[in-house]
Design a protein around this ligand. Sequence first.
Ligand code: NHR
Length: 182
Amino acid sequence: MVRLVESMTGDHPARPVLVASNDPSATGLARAAAMGVPVAAVDHRPFKSDRAAFEGALLNHIDAVAPDILCLAGFMRVLTPAFVARFEGRMLNIHPSLLPKYPGLHTHQRALDAGDTEAGCTVHQVTAVLDDGPILGQARVPVLADDTAETLATRVLAMEHRLYPAVLRRFAAGDLSPVRLP
Ligand code: NHR
């Protein structure tokens, strides 16, 4: 998220209008505020299993700034089809695997368990099906012999920081052709 905000300057076609989180203690909120970006927090926990009600509260903040594009960055709440439909074709996510491999959680451990020799990350459009939308970019890293899920996650994260800003810049300019890194 910080890298996306930092990237939106100069001739970039987009500007950040809101950083929102479901976690009121997320450090990203303080970092965004320090960069001068408006922030909102909607704790999902009081809503229990009522995802639509949580999303309604979140939408109040989002609709107030009427964004053209939504970027999920470490957002960990599965979104309902109704929410996704509101932003069809305008919502991106970065996922820490080479999709279609390993949608969902614990991607690094799953790659290690499978004996994969490469891993990476994917930016995709968000659809109602989890981690399934059209791919807008991918970056690869090697898996090393002594990797743990943590060391692999650190190597992938460095590529996430390069890939997502590159994809957003292209997407905001109307270009849906996939970005490949390195
Ligand atoms: N929503 C939809 N409709 N489609 C996608 O592709 C989505 C999405 C919401 C989030 C990010 C995704 C990821 O990058 C994302 C993609 C959370 C879960 C999950 O199971 C799965 C995938 C992603 C994010 N969340 C649990 C839930 O009950 C909570 C897990 C937790 O809190 O640790 O929502 O990986």
